[in-house]
Design a protein around this ligand. Structure first.
Ligand code: ATP
Ligand code: MG
Length: 218
């Protein structure tokens, strides 16, 4: 688990934040430093960019502006948090990363995948997650979870106000990426109970990452 980069992906309300809380404890239990972070965000400047991305405003947000802001935030996040953490051997768990850009800006907004790939190379070089956990659920389930949570918290952002067909395209784009890179992705059925999803995530980690780096002998 040393120096591993794990990303957790999926649509709104599938359970990413909930599961990351549990995953953090599981990884820390292996005796590894864990850094939990999120995108867009993860640094002071990137969190400011996140606010720009999520705020509702009278000024329409061009899709290209949205795409560039995502990668601008990612650049400072990588440079200041993710790469230093990986270099010192920490396990980085990130709530959404570049697959979300392919899903939301590519699938959702229909921006060119080729342009996204160009920015990915520009900002990340060859850095890619070691493991991507895609929490997948039909829209009705994830939307109901997100809206129950938002009603309780009294919040809603610019993305959550998108239409149903947007989220259908996001989900399809995520699944498409998982099919293209089956070694990196583990698709987790997020319709299951909290407990069952936690177990499925731990199994994916045991199969894909732990066998590569056995725990140090005591
Ligand atoms: N497997 C599950 N079964 C039932 N409820 C769940 C499950 N996973 C999460 N929830 C509930 O659904 C709501 C949304 O979960 P959470 O905030 O973790 O989702 P998220 O993927 O982080 O959403 P967002 O994309 O909006 O950040 C929460 O109220 C959470 O308690
Ligand atoms: Mg969340």
């Amino acid at each position: 688990m040393h120096g591993k980069f794990i990303t957790i992906e999926g649509g709104e309300g599938v359970g990413k934040s909930t599961q990351i809380g549990r995953l953090k404890d599981f990884v820390a239990g292996q005796g590894v430093e864990v850094v939990v972070t999120r995108e867009p965000g993860g640094t002071h400047r990137a969190e400011r960019i996140r606010e720009l991305l999520l705020e509702t405003s009278d000024e329409p947000m061009p899709s290209t502006c949205e795409l560039l802001l995502m990668f601008a935030a990612r650049s400072t996040h990588l440079e200041n948090v993710i790469q230093p953490a990986l270099a010192r051997g920490a396990c980085v768990i990130c709530d959404r990363f570049t697959d979300a850009t392919y899903a939301y800006q590519g699938g959702g907004r229909n921006l060119s995948t080729e342009n996204i790939a160009t920015l990915e190379r520009m900002v990340q070089g060859t850095l890619r997650p070691d493991l991507t956990l895609l929490l997948d659920a039909p829209l009705d389930i994830s939307a109901a979870r997100a809206s129950a949570r938002n009603t309780a918290a009294g919040t809603s952002d610019r993305f959550e106000q998108e239409r149903r067909d947007f989220f259908e395209r996001v989900r399809a784009a995520y699944l498409d990426r998982a099919r293209q890179e089956p070694k990196r992705f583990a698709v987790i059925d997020a319709t299951e109970s909290l407990e069952a999803v936690t177990v499925a995530i731990q199994q994916a980690i045991a199969e894909r990452l732990l066998k590569l780096s056995p725990a140090p002998r005591s």
